[in-house]
Design a protein around this ligand. Structure first.
Ligand code: GLP
Length: 250
């Protein structure tokens, strides 16, 4: 895992945005794996600003999102579909029909997951996957204990993830109990991965990731086995690592 240490959230967002722009310039028909949550919003802002200024074209790009809540309407304020439109797709020249999210209407059978796997394969796989990390080490919505071999499917959210995401809803009761998420094996097939980590809330999990073992109890730890992962972390996110080790471990 290559570590890029940055000062703050803004610097992380800029570095990540630059990497996405570079990817799209190198390969205009890139398949981008995209993430939601608080972490990548600054990166999306950077991409939108760059688009306005430099007209970087996304016309041939396809996007596949990591995950979606089950049971929310697509236009519900908390749906990841709406998040993607508002934060990125509405502001750049990506073709909406080339943007994909797993279906919020998925039932717990395997159909939707398989459909999404086939879609990714038919696009030729993911060139660059952007990832955040949950406070419990989840990637996408793959919670601790998920098999590293998992593929896209419906997952149950842990209480801690529902609590962490309750800030986007009126109350914790409104947070869906299930989501559909790209699997860990699916994420690992991406040719390149950008892992973004910012803020003190992520400092403990980042410490575990950088110093601990590869273990299904920490889903993100599998990323250490991937050949092309860049971790962009800010000073606050690295605070526990620094405190406990005096230096950054890669
Ligand atoms: C969410 C998403 C993840 C995201 C993570 C961290 O629940 N499903 O894809 O990376 O949790 O979210 P945030 O960036 O808001 O801290």
């Amino acid at each position: 895992m290559k570590l890029i240490e940055v000062e703050n959230y803004e610097a992380m967002s800029k570095k990540a945005g630059e990497a996405v722009i570079e990817q799209v310039k190198q390969k205009p028909n890139s398949v981008l794996g995209l993430a939601t949550g608080g972490t990548p919003t600054g990166m999306y802002r950077y991409l939108v600003q760059d688009y306005k200024k430099n007209q970087t074209s996304y016309h041939q790009v396809h996007s596949v999102n990591l995950d979606e809540y089950i049971g929310l309407a697509a236009d519900s304020p908390q749906s990841y579909s709406r998040y993607m439109n508002e934060n990125l797709f509405d502001h750049i020249n990506i073709q909406k029909e080339q943007t994909h999210l797993p279906s919020a209407g998925a039932s717990s059978d395997k159909t939707e997951g398989e459909k999404y796997e086939n879609l990714i394969a038919s696009l030729g796989g993911i060139d660059l996957q952007v990832l955040g990390i949950g406070e419990n080490g989840h990637i996408g919505f793959n919670e601790p204990g998920t098999a590293f071999s998992s593929e896209t499917g419906v997952v149950e959210l842990t209480a801690s993830t529902r609590e962490a995401n309750a800030r986007y809803f009126n109350s914790i009761e409104d947070v869906p109990t299930h989501a559909i998420s790209m699997g860990i094996a699916t994420i690992m097939k991406s040719r390149q991965i950008l892992l973004l980590v910012s803020g003190v809330k992520k400092a403990n999990v980042l410490y575990k990731l950088l110093t601990g073992e590869i273990n299904e109890q920490l889903p993100a730890s599998i990323l250490k086995k991937h050949k092309n992962v860049t971790l962009i972390a800010d000073r606050d996110a690295l605070s526990v690592v620094k405190e406990k080790e005096g230096s950054v471990s890669r």
